[in-house]
Design a protein around this ligand. Structure first.
Ligand code: ZN
Length: 340
C-alpha cells in the first residue's frame, strides 16, 4: 500500500516534469521563430574592377539605389601584373566608386588581389599557398582599396570561392571581420572559423529565371533550419548584353526579384558588415519603401541574446523540475524508511 503511494507520487512528478519540459521546449521554438521572422538578404556583387563591365556595374547599383537595398561590392584590386595601384588608373571607374564610397547602401569589400588562378588543383588565387604569401597578397589589395577610395574593407571574398584556413587566418590578422565563400570551402553556411565570421553564398543569380529565383528563395524561407542570412551572388557580367551593351531585361529581373523579396514581408536587406539594414513594411505591395534602420538601430546580438535568454530560462525550469522529482523521491523514501 505504502510503496504503491510512493510509486504514484513519483509517477505524478515525472508526468509534471515531462509536461513542463515539452511546454518549455515549445515556447523556446516559438520565441526563436518570432525573433527571426525577417531573414537577412545580402547581395554580393563579385568582380567589381576597373576597365571592365562599368555600364553593368552602374546599372545594377542604380537598382539598389532606386530600391533602397544595400549591396556588398567585391572589389578586385589588381587584375594584371602592371605596376602601381590599378584602382587609380581608370578615371571613370575611380570617380564613380569615390562618388558612392560614402553611400551606406554600398559596402566596399575585397575580392582577392589579382583574381588570377595560381593553383593547379582548382582555380584559386590563395588555396594551398603559404600563409606569408597569402597575408602579403591580401594586404597589398587592402592597401590599394584604402588608397583609392579611403575605405578600409572589413569583408574578404576569395576569388573563385576557393580558399583555405591560411586565407581565413591572414584575413583575420589583417583586421577583416567578415568572410564570404562557397559552403564547400569550410563546410560552413554561417558561423565562425579562425576567429572570423563566415557566410557562404546561398544562391547565384547567373542566368536564372525569376521563377527559379523565387523557388530557391521560398525553400530557404520555409525551411525552419535555415540560417539567418540568404546570400545572393551575382557578377556585373551577368547583366551583359550583346556587343558591350547592358542587358536591360536582366537588370529588370534583379529589380523584380527585389520587389518579390520585399513583397514576402519576411526579409530585411543588409551587407556582410551589417552597417546598414533596410526593410519594407510587412504588407508591402512591392513598392520600394523609404523606411530604413541604420547601424545604430541594428544590434547584431539581438537574436542571439533572445535565444540565449530563452534557452537559459528553459534550462533553469528543467533543472527545477528534476530537482523537484529528486527532492520528492528522497523525501518519500526517507519517510517510508523511517516508518519501517
Ligand atoms: Zn570573382
Amino acid at each position: 500500500m505504502r510503496s504503491a503511494t510512493v510509486g504514484k507520487i513519483v509517477f505524478a512528478c515525472l508526468l509534471v516534469t515531462v509536461l513542463l519540459f515539452s511546454t518549455v521546449h515549445g515556447n523556446a521554438q516559438s520565441v526563436a521563430a518570432n525573433g527571426q521572422t525577417r531573414k537577412y538578404v545580402i547581395f554580393r556583387d563579385d568582380d567589381v574592377a576597373p576597365r571592365t563591365k562599368f555600364a553593368e556595374l552602374q546599372a545594377v547599383n542604380q537598382v539598389h539605389i532606386d530600391k533602397n537595398v544595400p549591396v556588398t561590392l567585391g572589389i578586385v584590386a589588381h587584375q594584371n601584373a602592371s605596376a602601381g595601384n590599378q584602382l587609380l588608373q581608370d578615371a571613370q571607374f575611380l570617380d564613380y566608386m569615390r562618388s558612392i564610397a560614402s553611400n551606406h547602401l554600398f559596402e566596399f569589400a575585397q575580392h582577392g588581389y589579382t583574381h588570377q588562378s595560381v593553383t593547379m588543383v582548382s582555380p584559386s588565387e590563395f588555396y594551398g599557398r603559404p600563409y606569408a604569401v597569402q597575408y602579403d597578397t591580401i594586404k597589398k589589395g587592402r592597401d590599394d582599396i584604402k588608397q583609392a577610395f579611403g575605405v578600409v574593407p572589413t569583408t574578404f571574398i576569395p576569388p573563385f570561392d576557393k580558399s583555405d584556413n591560411n586565407t581565413l587566418k591572414a584575413a583575420k590578422a589583417l583586421g577583416f571581420t567578415d568572410y564570404s565563400t562557397a559552403y564547400r570551402d569550410f563546410n560552413i553556411q554561417q558561423g565562425q572559423s579562425q576567429g572570423i565570421k563566415v557566410e557562404a553564398a546561398s544562391l547565384e543569380l547567373s542566368n536564372k529565371s525569376l521563377a527559379s529565383l523565387k523557388n530557391e528563395t521560398e525553400q530557404f524561407l520555409n525551411n525552419p533550419h535555415s540560417v539567418d542570412a540568404f546570400v545572393v551572388l551575382y557578377h556585373p557580367s551577368d547583366f551583359s548584353g550583346p556587343n558591350g551593351t547592358v542587358n536591360s531585361q536582366r537588370v529588370k529581373l534583379l529589380a523584380d526579384y527585389i520587389d518579390y523579396l520585399k513583397g514576402t514581408g519576411r526579409v530585411q536587406f543588409t551587407t556582410f558588415n551589417r552597417s546598414l539594414t533596410t526593410e519594407s513594411p510587412v504588407r508591402s505591395s512591392g513598392v520600394a519603401s523609404p523606411s530604413e534602420t541604420n547601424a545604430s538601430a541594428y544590434v547584431e546580438g539581438d537574436i542571439l541574446t533572445g535565444n540565449g535568454l530563452t534557452s537559459g530560462f528553459s534550462t533553469i525550469l528543467i533543472f527545477a523540475c528534476f530537482a523537484l522529482v529528486v527532492v520528492g523521491f528522497v523525501f518519500l523514501v526517507g519517510r517510508s524508511s523511517s516508518k519501517r
